[in-house]
Design a protein around this ligand. Structure first.
Ligand SMILES: C[S@@+](CC[C@H](N)C(=O)[O-])C[C@H]1O[C@@H](n2cnc3c(N)ncnc32)[C@H](O)[C@@H]1O
Length: 160
């Protein structure tokens, strides 16, 4: 969806500058922070969706779906080990969608220092208990102004 918006803005967009970090093997192991409250009306469904391996889609399948954007850079592996040591790298927009506490916190810690002034980090997962905790811990630590959407996302902008 993000690529299709970029292509709508620039028909020559071919994925250059766009990176995807994913295990392509589904979720990593949930931790205590990811526990779904049994009292939640959706507990059974959410517990199934937050198990290790949930949402697995192979690298080949993802590449096939994004074939229109051949210059996307794919980084397969577990977060945070798959993050490259690139002190000079800078990002303008980061979309985090890994559902769980630890990889969400690891992603925020890795990308925030690399975000340009005025750049945005968006999390898809403010309605997931683990990711929500990670976002709140991070935002408090860095005194960031968090904004949320009615559909369960949260985002903030890097100031000066
Ligand atoms: C809900 S899916 C979202 C995928 C994609 N953003 C989408 O909307 O189709 C969550 C993704 O996080 C990945 N993931 C979860 N934990 C991870 C970790 N520790 N390291 C790398 N990828 C992880 C899973 O493989 C999965 O693709």
């Amino acid at each position: 969806m993000l690529c299709s918006y970029l292509k709508a803005a620039d028909p020559a967009f071919n994925g250059r500058g766009y990176r995807i970090f994913d295990s392509f093997a589904g979720l990593s192991e949930p931790k205590s922070e990811d526990t779904i409250d049994d009292k939640d009306s959706n507990a059974v469904r959410l517990q199934r969706m937050s198990q290790q391996g949930a949402f697995a889609a192979s690298l080949d399948e993802v590449k096939r779906n994004l074939a229109e954007y051949p210059c996307i850079e794919y980084r397969q592996g577990w977060i945070p080990e798959s993050f490259p040591d690139e002190p000079q790298a800078r990002y303008r927009f980061v979309h985090i969608d890994v559902d769980l506490y630890q990889p969400t916190l690891d992603s925020l810690e890795y990308f925030y220092p690399k975000l340009v002034t005025g750049g945005y980090i968006v999390s898809d997962d403010y309605s997931w208990p683990g990711a929500r905790k990670a976002i709140e811990v991070f935002v408090l630590r860095h005194r960031l102004k968090l904004r949320t959407t009615p559909t369960g996302q949260a985002y903030f902008k890097r100031g000066r």
